[in-house]
Design a protein around this ligand. Structure first.
Ligand code: E4P
Length: 218
């Protein structure tokens, strides 16, 4: 499963990229606003840090303006992935862009039928939002199971990009189901590395090692 960071914070992206485990980045208008940075500048900077897809979202609601915005965004770098909302105009834009080889991430997907439409529109990625479903008392991971089943039934190549990830259990469940990608806030990705028994184990090993008085580098 690929790991994308859901953020526009450069320091976090640099820190995660340095692990060699970061496969891409997703941004959205709210994350750009939170960064306080210029959209074009910060997106270009992110594209220079990671080799994989960097999602940059259009803000227009009509197809013609979405196409114009996409034209501007895709000039930022070769690894820009145009993010469009799951609407009729968004899917028209998706079809047009993927038809000429541009990566597209269809966002704000909340039903399996919407995911089916995104695949038919040739989306590179579809982003079902699990956390926002959970917030409303609906099991977000059930949506991922449905989409996996449907995409496998028809061998759709659209990658399932689990979005709105809130905690490490979402990541584990995504991997169990066989999602292609998950995008999570940096704090969730960093939490994946932690286990109290790992910390305790290191502490014990180092205590015993110190008692030997040895060093590895001599
Ligand atoms: C996905 O690409 C979105 O940017 C993101 O995952 C939304 O998450 P939220 O529900 O935490 O805002």
């Amino acid at each position: 499963m690929k790991f994308f960071a859901d953020t526009a914070e450069i320091a976090d992206i640099q820190e995660l990229a340095a692990t060699g485990l970061l496969d891409g980045v997703t941004t959205n208008p709210s994350l750009i606003a939170k960064s306080g940075r210029d959209f074009m500048e910060v997106t270009k900077e992110i594209c220079g840090i990671v080799d994989g897809p960097v999602s940059a979202e259009v803000v227009a609601l009509d197809h013609d303006t979405m196409m114009k915005e996409a034209e501007v965004l895709r000039k930022i770098a070769d690894n820009v992935c145009i993010k469009v909302p799951l609407t009729i105009d968004g899917l028209k834009t998706c079809k047009a862009l993927t038809g000429d080889g541009t990566m597209v991430n269809v966002t704000l997907c909340f039903s399996a039928n919407q995911a089916l439409l995104a695949a038919k529109a040739g989306a590179t990625f579809v982003s079902p939002f699990v956390g926002r479903h959970d917030d409303n008392g609906v099991d977000g991971m059930e949506l991922i199971r449905d989409i996996r089943l449907i995409y496998d039934n028809y061998a759709f190549e659209t990658e399932i990009l689990v979005a709105s990830v809130r905690h490490v259990t979402h990541v584990l469940e995504s991997a169990r189901i066989g999602a292609d990608v998950m995008t999570a806030p940096p704090k969730v990705i960093k939490a994946l590395f932690n286990h109290v028994l790992t910390d305790k184990g290191i502490e014990g090993f180092l205590k015993d090692w110190a008692a030997t008085g040895q060093t590895i580098i001599r």
